[in-house]
Ligand binder design. Structure first.
Ligand SMILES: [Mg+2]
Length: 225
């Protein structure tokens, strides 16, 4: 089956984990929990971890168990200086321009954060057909099955027509096993294979997003690139 769509996770996939942006976001999440739930820093850290493990995204637990406002949360936690941490990536921009399948951002964050990341990378927004964010997924974060169901429905695509490119093995596992989506792990700091789950969730592993074009050429030949 030909590949019609490449689904790109956003954070620590389109830019390397080492740039520290997500550490800032994690700090903002803890601050948010302290403020909105009125708990200590230690308790907030426990909530963050527990909900991340249980729901796939901390917001999942905060939304379902505490009824927090999704937009309020997204705005607060992503209020970080994107351009101080993300370098422009002209090679990525050029590669996206050459890849022939339709390209989609598939993120547990929100559209506005995705737009700020793309702008800091100086990636042409028009390379992407759409940004499928947390709200588009019906507030079901990856790895909840509903998130994958919703994006496939929205694109009117079969799993086998899609490739998911992600830094989190936990999000690749159901994509591959349940929906038959082809999976590429971006392991930019060399730790993702063991951190997130079983290695076989990834069909292929790359260290840098810019290796994607070479990989697709190897697997599918020039036509499928
Ligand atoms: Mg990610």
């Amino acid at each position: 089956m030909p590949i019609r769509f490449i689904l790109f996770d956003l954070d620590e996939t389109l830019y390397p984990a080492s740039n520290g942006l997500m550490n800032l976001v994690r700090d903002r999440i803890i601050e948010y929990i302290m403020l909105r739930l009125g708990v200590s820093r230690r308790e907030a850290e426990e909530y963050r971890l527990r909900y991340f493990m249980e729901y796939g995204a901390t917001l999942g637990g905060l939304y379902h168990e505490h009824g927090v406002d999704v937009r309020d949360y997204m705005e607060f936690v992503h209020d970080v200086p994107h351009s101080d941490h993300i370098d422009p990536n002209p090679e990525l921009d050029a590669m996206l321009g050459r890849l022939s399948p339709a390209k989609v951002i598939f993120t547990n964050a929100d559209r506005s954060h995705a737009q700020r990341v793309l702008s800091a990378l100086r990636v042409t927004p028009g390379h992407f057909n759409c940004i499928f964010d947390y709200e588009a997924a019906g507030c079901c974060p990856k790895p909840e099955l509903e998130a994958y169901r919703r994006i496939l429905d929205y694109l009117d695509a079969e799993g086998a027509e899609c490739i998911l490119v992600e830094d989190n093995l936990r999000n690749l596992a159901p994509a591959k096993r349940v929906f038959g989506i082809h999976t590429v792990l971006v392991d930019s700091d060399g730790t993702r294979r063991i951190r997130g789950g079983p290695e076989y969730a990834a069909d292929w592993v790359i260290r840098d997003i810019r290796e994607l074009e070479g990989l697709l050429e190897q697997v599918y030949g020039r036509a499928g690139r």
